[in-house]
Structure formats: C-alpha cells, structure tokens
Design a protein around this ligand. Sequence first.
Ligand SMILES: Nc1ncnc2c1ncn2[C@@H]1O[C@H](COP(=O)(O)OP(=O)(O)OP(=O)(O)O)[C@@H](O)[C@H]1O
Length: 374
Amino acid sequence: MTPSRHISRLRLTAFRNYVSAALDLDQRHLVLTGPNGAGKTNLLEAISLLAPGRGLRRASFETVQAQGSDVSWAVAATIETGDGPVDIGTGGAPGDGARRVRINGANARSVEAMSEYLRVLWLTPSMDGLFAGPASERRRFLDRLVTTLIPSHSAAVADYEKAMRARNKLLEEGGDSRWLDATETQLAEYAAAVHLSRTDSLSHLQALIAQSLEDTSFPAAHLSLTPLFEDRPEPLASTALEAELKALWAASRGLDRAAGRTIYGPHRVDLDVTYAQKGVPAALGSTGEQKALLIGLVLAHARLVRQRAGIAPFLLLDEVAAHLDPDRRRALFSALDALGTQCFLTGTDPMLFAALEGRAQRVTVRDGRLLPEP
Ligand SMILES: Nc1ncnc2c1ncn2[C@@H]1O[C@H](COP(=O)(O)OP(=O)(O)OP(=O)(O)O)[C@@H](O)[C@H]1O
C-alpha cells in the first residue's frame, strides 16, 4: 500500500487575488466553495504549480503575480510524506518570467525535483473540449500524463521541439547536408525517446483500465496514438525507431523545405479516444458523457501514478461536481475515497458536496480570503 501523503499547510503570497493567505489541512479532502471570482480556481492553480510546468491555466509566471503588488509571488506547502514533513515552495519576482523552487529551505536543482515528493493531476472546465478540439490539446494532455509518470518527459519534449526548429531553420536557409545529417540524428534520438515514453505510458494506462472495466460509474476510455508512419509498423526498439525516423526525414527534406516545416514526426501524432465498451469516438458523446469519460480517465491516471511512481497524486477537481447527477456525484466521492489521496474540489454551491459529509474539510473563499468552516 502506498503511504498516503497530504498537504498539511498551504501559504499563498501575492498570488493572483490572494495578498496573503494560509490554510492548515488534515488528511481529508478539501472543498472550496464561494461566489464566482472569489479565488477558488486560483487556489487550485497555486497547488498545480507545485508540479513542473506552468500549472492548470498554463499561464505565464508574470500573470500569476498579484496585480499592483511589488511583493514577489510565492506558493508554499508542507507535505506530510510518511517520512516526515517536507517544505516545498515556488515563486518569482514581479515581472520575472521564470520561477524558483525551494525544498526544505534550499534551492532545488530543477523544477522536476518537486516530483520526488508529490504529483498533481487536475480536471478543469477548460478540458471539456478535449476530445472534439484540436490534436495539439490532446498531445499536451498526453504529455502531461506522461510527465506525471516520467518527470523528465517534459524536458525531452522541449529538447525535441528545439531540435526540430533548428532543422526547420537549416532547411529554410538551405543549410549544408552534413549539418542537416547531424541535426536529424539528434532529432531522431529525442523523437524516439518522446514517442516511446508516450506509447509505454499509454499501454500501462490501458492495462490498468482493462482491469476495472466492470466499474461503469464512469465509462472507460480506449486510448491509442495515430501511427507515426503511414505505410509501415513502428519499430518498438529505440535504435530501430531512430534509424527509421532519420531515414524518413532525410527522404522528406525537399517536401519539408517546400512546406516550411517538418511534416512527419511525434509532433504530428494525435491521441484517439473512444468509449472502451461501445467503441464510439469520445467526441460523439453528449456533454455529460464526455465529462464522465474525462473523470474516468483522470481516476485511472491517478491509480496509475500511484502504482508506477509509488506516490498517490493530489487531485484538483475544478467545478466537476456541478456537472454530475446525484448518483454519479456519489460515485465520484466514493472513487476519490478509494484512491486514498487528498482531493481539492471547487463549486459555487456547498449543497453539491453534501454527500461528502465528514470526509472533507470545508473552506469558504471570498475575495481572495480563505475562511475555514468549523
Ligand atoms: N494576477 C492577478 N492579480 C489579482 N487578481 C487576479 C489576478 N489574476 C486573476 N485575478 C482575479 O481572480 C479572480 C478569479 O478567481 P478564480 O478564477 O479563482 O475565481 P473562482 O472562485 O474560481 O470563480 P468561478 O466560480 O467563477 O470559477 C478574478 O476576480 C480575477 O480578476
């Protein structure tokens, strides 16, 4: 059994509409209610920044700085790990596009260092259009999923994209073929790593979903990547995949030069999502059905992180309960309890969380102030 972790203290300074706020927490879930614009999502966003990346809004760090304040923004949390508390903090100076991370008072060597102590997953209303929206959103969703399992994945994707821009520039400038050879060798190395991490993570997720197909509270998804090559199967071994990609790019230089971009590669694949039981594309489901599928996916993802990384992830569920009928809401709360992880839920109506009874702490949010309820 994975030891449960929880956030026992949370502090926000000059973060969006919070001037300064602190909250003591126990192991239970946290329910945040309050009127529109109170700061509920902002608090979830603050927690999402305890993971690598730009958080659940994908905002720039200049934007999270409280407007009109010249105090540096900061989010700090004490995590109870089972081996004692760990203090994790992140923040940046006003106008600074970067952020720093501190762990137990010392500067961390990288943002990924936080992943040793906690993982964070989220579901927000902005993900509602995931299945019917552009492929780039699904790739981003997939890469976040992979990064929660393999923290170095986001850096691998960034390396791949950088090498691809270098290749595009060389093609545009009519670069020397030896430079192109070297760039494509490097690109193939990054591409194979990115692609294999994606396929590997998806196959683990699929295996875990298959084990719980009989639980129909939230429909199970079947996920697959569109093929990397149009006319042949993909090699499973890294070196063979690198060789195939290198050959493909060498052969498509003329085409890519004319197009002004690299046409083929892992940056073009799409994540196909269907209902596992019905085999129907996810995008054809009703609004409520798509939401239920997303919830099922996030629950499976959380179980996978717990199983593979050995850390039960914190779950941030923004305005999820409002979309569910009472039976599904109860099923969601039971599923959250079964995960054995601390969940943070938001909503405007406290009645939506009545079925959670004593299993959650409640906080009212008003104008960037946190008011715990007795
Ligand atoms: N950098 C910032 N500085 C100060 N205030 C900000 C900043 N960014 C956003 N806000 C304010 O935060 C508020 C939005 O908070 P948030 O999105 O957390 O609301 P919410 O409680 O989730 O509301 P809803 O129920 O409508 O989703 C808005 O009033 C917005 O103007």
